[in-house]
Design a protein around this ligand. Sequence first.
Ligand SMILES: Nc1ncnc2c1ncn2[C@@H]1O[C@H](COP(=O)(O)OP(=O)(O)OP(=O)(O)O)[C@@H](O)[C@H]1O
Ligand SMILES: [Mg+2]
Length: 430
Amino acid sequence: MSKEIKVLIVDDDQYGFDILEEILADDCYVLEQALDGVMALEKMESFNPDIVLLDYVMPRMDGLEVCKHIRANPDFKFTKVIMLSSRGESSERVKGYGAGADDYVVKPFDFDEMSAKIKVFSKLKFVEESDRALRQEKEEQASLINQLEHTKDKLMQADKMASIGQLAAGVAHEINNPVGYINSNIGMLKEYMVEIFQMLDAYEKAEDLVSPESEQMKLVMSLKKKLKLDFLRQDIVDLMNESEEGVTRVKDIVQNLKDFSHVDVAEWAWSDVHNGLDSTLNIVNNEIKYKAEVKKEYGELPLVECQMQQVNQVFMNLLVNAAHAIEERGVITIRTGCEGDWVWVEIEDTGKGIAAEDKGKLFEPFFTTKPLGEGTGLGLSVSYGIINTHGGRIDVESEVGKGSKFRIWLPVHHSQGAGNVNEKMYAGQE
Ligand SMILES: Nc1ncnc2c1ncn2[C@@H]1O[C@H](COP(=O)(O)OP(=O)(O)OP(=O)(O)O)[C@@H](O)[C@H]1O
Ligand SMILES: [Mg+2]
């Protein structure tokens, strides 16, 4: 055996020690002696032996007591204790094993057998120790792999959101111009139509002055009938209004895409997050009051350097989503708190929860599980963009059938978030 074996011999009788010293006369052993139980425990601490050869009957503290103390100390979990005694009765042996001894040898013993026992026990101790070290290493590796996978998922998610962000910013930029002129053209067309109708009214009044039998008048009358002029008048107004509404919807979507890719820059100011939450609650109250009871569990928050209007929009999106997730009636709990230089706002609902396969897609633009026409699927992507600009993050926990919890983390100082990996993810757009 290459490793040295430390043996503590606990015996009040020098002769006993000498015998054992003779048996263990080999370079691989390092020996220490203790002359009674109390001294043995002191030596345990300073010498940390691999094997203890422990005499049973001793002054001050007997072998059984010493053995119990050793077993009670987790530092000596693998230390092997061999009790030596002239008491060979089985009841005494049982006491020895009961106290935690690994073996019980009756004196006088056979030297070769004793030497073999010590070798076997020291080997056993080393095997047990390395087994524990291996298991510990395996556990550490497993937790490291876990951490790495978690980080990889986060990075992939951030990467995916960065590409989607660029795409969204590009699309928003392309649509922005045409939508702008369609919108202003519709406005102009509406004004022109009013003027044309005024003109038509004037012409109609002039009809009485022309003979109904004249060729021109006959043409006018037949065209009026064929074109259903009265219907046209009404339908043109309806069509214009509908087009205006449609363009407004497209404008909203473009604005949402811009918010998601944070193309527009707003003001940073020190703001009271609780005020923001309360004013947002007032706005969305109509939408949620029939669905949920709102519980506030506000903690102490410092002022936060943020774009409050934008952050309010995030609160609104989360609150409306929470209300939509509740089918009959439920509870929405709003909690706030702060940890170090970060504040958090949590919005929890008792709604239907989010399916595991949807969790990775929540923040993608246009991801929605709502029926066609009811949700655009932009609420969470916009929220993601806004919180990302703030150098914060949104954590989601959800259980199907129980509810969901969205927690927003915001740095207290805007500059804190500057190092955030994702913050400049859409740099270069617009
Ligand atoms: N609190 C929640 N509970 C359950 N599902 C949710 C919750 N919040 C979001 N979701 C799921 O995430 C999807 C995307 O949410 P998001 O707010 O982006 O869009 P939306 O609510 O569908 O539409 P929009 O907000 O544009 O009107 C939702 O359709 C819904 O499936
Ligand atoms: Mg929504």
